[in-house]
Every structure is written in C-alpha cells, then in structure tokens.
Design a protein around this ligand. Structure first.
Ligand code: PAF
Length: 278
C-alpha cells in the first residue's frame, strides 16, 4: 500500500494500476461504515484507492475542525488490512495552496436541511469532492447513506460537471443498539451514547407508523419531535420528512421520503436518516 501526499505523486503512482478503479473518500478516524465502503469498492473494482483528508472548508467557524478525531496510524493499518492499493492523504496546503480561489455551489439540493443549519458546509464538500474526483479520476466512488444529503449533492455535482464517476451509496452501518456509526461518536460519553439512541428510536417510530399505513408527514414529524424532546440531553436542530430526491418537505408521503434529523446530544451534533418507500 502506497501513501501519497501530493497530487503530482498521485498521478505518477496511479499509472499502471488496473481499471476499474474505485475511490473511497474519507476524513479518517475510520470505522466499520468506512470499511463497508472499501469492501464494496473491492467488489466492483480492480484497484482500490482511499483518501484521508480532514477538509477544513466544510467546517463552519464554530465547528469542530481543531478537535475532529484523527488517527492516521490506525487508519492506515485498517486500510492496509483491507488491501487498499493507494492512499491519498494530502495536507491542507496541497489541496488549498496560496491563491486558491475557486468554490463550487451546488443548487437547491444543497440549500435545505444541513445546508440551512451549516452554511457553507456543502460548498466545502462539493469543492473538495470535485477536486478528489479530478485528481483520482475513479470509475466508481463510494459514500455512506448516513450522509444522505451529501450523497444527493455529490450526485448532482458529478452529473452537472460531467465528472464521470459512478456514485455508489452504501447503507448506514449501525452498532448493535442502532446508533449510526460516525467518527463523531468518539466524542460521546457512555451517558451520551445512551441518549443518542433516541435518534434511532425516532426513526423506528416513523418506520413503524409508515408500516401501519400512516402517510401524514406533519403528524410523523410531530411524533418524532415529541419522542426526541423527551430525551433531556437532546437539543433538536431539525426533523424532516422530505421528498427523497428533492428534499422538499412533504405534507403527505406518496413517494419515497427521506426521514432525517440533526440533534445535538450534549455538544455532539449527530445526524441520521431512513428512507420510507413502499
Ligand atoms: O463524508 C465525509 O467524510 C466527507 O464529507 C468527504 C466526503 C470525505 C468530503 O470531505
């Protein structure tokens, strides 16, 4: 496994590796969710590349860039064990050298939900993913459904700018209690982890109401909010029942719906979602 830090070295190193080539973009601190992407990458491709880059431009000024969990040594060991061929792990100055002055704004899909609550976040994501796709030029690129809106934004970006990768979205990986795996779970105390299960409980509630035939999205949101509000350490940013393609809020669920939320448990901001469809 080769670990490469510059674009020029990446371009030199990737020559001769067989196609198709798959890319798993990450910000490191890898967990089973990331590794499920790597395993799928191996099913589809002859060469597997992962990137590790904590992208500063997708963090707001009051967000956790400086404390974002990092473990380069552990990450490399995990990727080596999965047989990954190439790791692209640039420094911020390689990705954003002096004078860097281009950003990518994806339209309406990036303005809702996370976009409303984290201004500038998707501009940072779209810009770095565009750069990664341009540098690595993968045939296939892998993301997790836990970041459902990010997946939609990247699909739009990839289609609109003809970046030419197949965007593959893999299911959310959960711990045995249902907590969606996330690098940010590292911040949760034992008590917080217990409280964080309220997100999964709220999603299960929506799912069971849907299975019972409920299609009233307003009622579903209200019931989920009530459940989350009963958790004292939860502070809710949003609960959404939206069209799974456009993210426009629904009154009635007549087509696939993305049920999603962002909730702070103590200081830790967590997101989770499911798709309801018949
Ligand atoms: O999902 C992530 O880890 C990041 O947002 C990504 C896609 C690697 C871009 O920095």
């Amino acid at each position: 496994m080769k670990v490469i830090k510059t674009v020029a070295d990446f371009w030199a190193a990737q020559r001769g590796y067989p196609r198709p080539l798959g890319l798993v973009p990450t910000m490191g601190y890898l967990h089973e969710g990331h590794l499920s992407l790597v395993r799928r990458c191996w099913e589809d491709n002859s060469t597997a590349v992962a990137s590790i880059f904590v992208n500063p431009t997708q963090f707001g000024p009051s967000e956790d860039l400086s404390t974002y969990p990092r473990d380069m040594e552990g990450d490399l060991a995990k990727l080596e064990a999965e047989g990954v061929d190439l790791i692209f792990a640039p420094d911020a100055s390689e990705m954003y050298p002096d004078g860097f002055d281009t950003t990518i704004d994806v339209g309406s899909i990036a303005q809702r939900l996370e976009g409303e609550h984290r201004p500038g976040h998707f501009q940072g994501v779209a810009t770095v993913v565009c750069k990664l796709l341009t540098i690595v030029r993968p045939d296939n690129v892998y993301f997790g459904q836990k970041d459902a809106q990010q997946c939609l934004v990247i699909k739009r970006l990839n289609a609109d700018l003809d970046l030419g990768a197949e965007v593959v979205v893999m299911p959310t990986v959960r711990d045995p209690n249902g907590l969606a795996l996330s690098s940010r779970n590292a911040y949760l105390s034992d008590e917080d982890r217990e409280a964080a299960l309220s997100l999964h409980r709220a999603l299960k509630l929506a799912e069971s109401r849907y299975e019972d035939g409920v299609r009233d999205a307003t009622m579903m949101r209200r019931e989920m909010l009530a459940l989350l509000e009963s958790e004292p350490s939860a502070s809710i940013e949003y609960v959404s029942v939206a069209d799974a393609e456009t993210l426009v809020e629904l009154n009635s669920i007549e087509r696939p719906a993305l049920v999603s939320m962002a909730v702070r448990i103590g200081k830790v901001r967590l997101i989770d979602n499911i798709v309801l469809e018949s």
